[in-house]
Design a protein around this ligand. Structure first.
Ligand code: ZN
Length: 246
């Protein structure tokens, strides 16, 4: 089983009627619902309102993939929590950062850049173009999928060059954006996925759910271990594993 923790700051849904109308139980609940239908995925949720944001080392030790949505309260997440997330990713935990989580503390820590971008809330629609149709994350999409409405994100997106760009978003307003970006940091895999503005039912769109489902399986750890920095002896012929030299 892949143990997923869906983290949401859960503020817009409680404070704005138009958002509550789309996600009455929160964005995290919608994501947990569709992921929870998978036989190989086990889902828990946590929010900013939980003690310590619902994130401790023990909880992360029992998490294979952390999904993060945040927007208006990034600064309410303690630095210590962001560091715990970073350390867990370096060990091998998978992480998926959705939409405005580009400015979340853990994502910025892992990227090391401002993660700034250009943006506009308008009536733009978006086409997400698949760059690598063979990749496990995007292989269920044909050439592209469309979102009737989504917040416009545009370049420059101030991130390190991704290991792989899987999706390019193009908006009816003209902008383009690197909408699906893969990274490795330490032993951990990270996927940034742009769709998911709170005033649109984006997380109910089958293609979006498919990408997130596939991303969970792709970033799930295959190896989880702290990469330490030990002082070691020189290998000598006495070492049993030097046998390969004979
Ligand atoms: Zn947004």
């Amino acid at each position: 089983m892949i143990r997923v923790l869906v983290w949401n700051e859960f503020k817009h849904e409680r404070e704005k009627e138009n958002v509550a109308a789309i996600y009455p139980d929160g964005i995290h609940a919608t994501i947990a619902e569709f992921l929870g239908k998978e036989d190989d995925i086990e889902v828990r949720t946590a929010t900013l309102q939980d003690e310590n944001c619902g994130i401790t080392k023990e909880i992360l030790d029992e998490t294979d993939v952390l999904i993060w949505w945040g927007h208006m309260a990034h600064n309410k997440v303690p630095d210590e929590v962001a560091s715990l997330v970073r350390d867990a990713v370096l060990e091998g935990m998978g992480a998926i950062f959705l939409h405005s989580a580009h400015h979340s503390k853990p994502f910025k820590l892992l990227m090391g850049t401002s993660c700034n971008l250009t943006w506009r809330e308008s009536s733009d629609s978006e086409i997400l173009w698949v760059i690598d149709p063979a990749h496990p994350i995007t292989r269920d999409i044909d050439r592209y999928f469309c979102l009737e409405g989504e917040e416009t994100y545009g370049e420059p997106f101030v991130i390190p060059n991704p290991d792989k760009v899987l999706l390019i978003g193009s908006y009816s307003g003209g902008e383009v954006f690197r909408s699906g970006c893969l990274y490795e940091r330490g032993n951990g895999k990270i996927f940034y996925f742009q769709p998911g503005h709170e005033t649109f039912p984006t997380f109910k769109v089958p293609a979006v759910q498919s990408v997130i489902r596939n991303a969970v399986r792709f970033v799930a750890p295959t190896y989880r271990q702290v990469i330490a920095c030990p002082h070691v002896r020189k290998i000598t012929d006495d070492e049993p594993y030097v046998i390969v030299k004979k």
